[in-house]
Design a protein around this ligand. Structure first.
Ligand code: ZN
Length: 448
């Protein structure tokens, strides 16, 4: 009896990122019905298997697809639009007004699809996102074939999709009900913007709504010193203890940033089992500070890594983000042993999977898990010689080195060609949408 596989990946260095840090070299990976059927050492003997598709991975690295645990995908429209400003001025004077002008269902859809091209090309197979018109983000992600946990944005300010803030939770509920079970790769969520932009009652009700559906609540927390001071002034509590006093902190709460925290906050976060997302480049660019990630990991907190929006980054290359995260801990806390390459890569794979709520399904390569993986061609000057595959991934690899991307057993990119999106069409649509928001520099350049 011959076994017919959907995909057979042959002869690569397979870095599984499983609990035992298993590496198969050279190894084969068998895929059937969207899942990993087997991972084994390559053998010369003729096994009774055949495959609809064979991926030759000789001279390549095979690893779990990366998980970008914090994005605002439609903001790719504003990449490079406003840089080098402090967070408050950047957000209120530049980003919010530009969003009000630009964002509508159509622009959000095309922007997300263009963002998906970047995600796929740099080996990201799953994102946790929060924005407005999130149903359009869901539609675009589904078309691209990427997995996602998508949060409808909630603010107590007028937003592009909710001009009347009192409607924000009604809008969020509609999104959750519409999206739940609609797309096989999409999980709905709610994204409360921050303790400064969302009122106490709204945070509590958003959490109740999430509990009703068993979905995660995402929130930016303790991002800047100013936020820390203001909540302390208003509530007499740190942002973390304020949220704890509202009863919303638990393992279904995803806390993004956590740059300014006390030792007491760290203890509260561990006790409640809160999930954390670290966004080092965004924190650097907006001069927010550096999170105590090594201490969070030492305490057993689940910490994923995210690029945040491209407005505060300005790219979604997660290899670059992980590299930055590890080096930043060493530089700022004065110890070169902090956050080693293996732990850094875990944040982008296995820990990232737990951060987005899918630790049992993705984030590592083992039998029975979803077939979400990437193949990297190692025939590059900066990828040789190899002593330690984790060091290679974190300190040498770039997103652009990724050759093939497979999500849920479906080939999404092959030989660097994205198969699920008409890339030229998406680029043209984005160009059309941003035409009227170009800067003086562009007009001068264009006219010259
Ligand atoms: Zn963010």
């Amino acid at each position: 009896m011959w076994l017919e596989l959907d995909i057979l990946v042959k002869g690569g260095i397979i870095l599984t990122m499983d609990e035992r840090d298993s590496i198969f070299h050279p190894g084969d990976l068998w895929v059937k019905d969207g899942k990993i059927l087997s991972i084994r050492k390559s053998s010369e003997e003729n096994l009774p298997v055949e495959a609809k598709k064979i991926i030759d991975a000789k001279g390549c690295l095979v690893l779990p697809g990366l998980i970008n645990s914090h994005t605002h995908l439609p903001m790719v429209l504003l990449r490079g639009y406003s840089d080098d400003l402090p967070l408050k001025e950047w957000l209120f004077d530049r980003i919010f007004p530009a969003e009000a002008q630009l964002m509508n269902p159509r622009s959000v859809y095309w922007a997300t699809l263009w963002g998906c091209v970047e995600l796929i090309k740099s080996g990201i197979t799953c994102v946790m996102d929060g924005y407005f018109f999130e149903e359009e983000v869901a539609a675009a992600l589904s078309r691209a074939g990427i997995r996602g946990v998508l949060g409808q944005g909630v603010l107590d300010y007028p937003t592009p999709d909710t001009p009347e803030p009192e409607e924000n939770l009604k809008r969020a509920r509609e999104f959750v009900e519409e999206t739940l079970n609609r797309y096989p790769l999409i999980t709905p969520s709610i994204f409360c913007h921050s303790p400064l932009t969302v009122k106490k009652e709204t945070i509590v009700k958003a959490k109740e709504l999430c509990s009703e559906y068993g979905i995660p609540l995402q929130m930016h927390v303790s991002e800047t010193e100013e936020e820390f001071r203001q909540i302390l002034y208003q509530e007499g509590l740190t942002p973390v203890s304020y949220l704890d006093s509202l009863g919303v902190l638990d393992p279904e709460f995803v806390s993004v940033h956590l740059v300014h925290i006390t030792d007491g906050d760290l203890q509260t976060l561990s006790q409640r089992g809160v999930r954390v997302v670290h966004c080092p480049e965004s924190n650097m660019k907006l001069s927010s500070g550096v999170a105590r990630v090594h201490e969070m990991l030492q305490r057993g907190l689940v910490v994923g890594i995210g690029t945040d929006s491209v407005c505060s980054n300005n790219n979604m290359d997660l290899f670059r983000e992980i590299d930055m995260a590890t080096k930043l801990q060493k530089a700022v806390f004065g110890d070169a042993t902090l956050l080693n390459a293996r732990d850094g890569l875990r944040m982008g794979t296995s820990l990232g999977a737990t951060t987005v709520g899918m630790g049992d399904r993705i984030g590592s390569l083992s039998e029975g898990k979803e077939a979400d993986f990437i193949v990297v061609d190692l025939d590059r000057p900066h990828l040789f010689p190899i002593y330690d595959p984790y060091s290679l991934c974190v300190y040498s690899l770039k997103g652009s080195d990724v050759r093939d991307v497979i999500i849920s057993g479906r080939v999404i990119m092959e030989n660097k060609r994205v198969l699920t999106i008409d890339v030229e069409e998406a680029r043209a649509k984005v160009g059309e949408i941003v035409r009227n928001i170009r800067t003086d520099w562009f007009h001068l350049e264009g006219e010259g």
